[in-house]
Design a protein around this ligand. Sequence first.
Ligand code: FES
Length: 173
Amino acid sequence: MSSTEYVLSEATRARFAREVAKYPAQQKQSAVMACLSIVQQEEGHVSRAAEDAIAQYLGMPAIAVYEVTTFYNMYNQRPVGKFKLNVCTNLPCLLRNGQGALDHLLQKLGVEEGGTTPDGLFTVQKCECLGACADAPVMLVNDRQMCSFMSHDRLDELVTVLRENAGTVEAKN
Ligand code: FES
């Protein structure tokens, strides 16, 4: 149990209840991924205290919730930047410069793997296979937008576009 208690609001509980209602009463734990997603939508990440609150709500061991959040890297276990950049480093991508793509982003943005830029715009991390190995190197923006054939030039373009979308200006290299 986390030392800081996370209190589920009435609105959040109502959203949880709608998810739980989709399953038989004895299988409400099946709503765990949906509940984690709801908290992440509301908070931007899922803290350990929130995981504990979800476990309690669903009547399941906290460790079973931790297993879900640590398995799927779409769940942020700490605050992340406005743009979460996940670069695939599984073997097929590695064979086509996936590591180089990751290293390029890390160097360009000046962060360690898993780190966030000081302006809060970018978090860069590696991820498992995204199921598009033929398009390597492959990456995912904010868990939704797949980007293929990410050469260094395309990575640079992506960062520029995202910065512009965030209302900021591309920094000079
Ligand atoms: S190994 Fe990178 S998408 Fe499959």
